[in-house]
Ligand binder design. Structure first.
Ligand code: ZN
Length: 55
């Protein structure tokens, strides 16, 4: 019982899972599309935390 799911879309992960590092954490997603989605979501969350100023 160690089934992982995509951090972006919640579908079950298989051998093709991709590891993505966001915010110092490594998460796994099902495809490159979800990886991009996750990075963008984190980027915008970080941007709003810092008042919209890019580092
Ligand atoms: Zn996914």
């Amino acid at each position: 019982m160690n089934e992982k799911t995509c951090a972006a879309c919640d579908c079950p992960l298989d051998d093709t899972a991709i590891e993505v590092r966001v915010g110092g954490q490594t998460v796994e997603v099902c495809c490159e599309e979800c990886a991009v989605k996750l990075r963008q979501a984190h980027a915008s969350a970080t941007a709003s935390l810092h008042g919209g100023a890019a580092a």
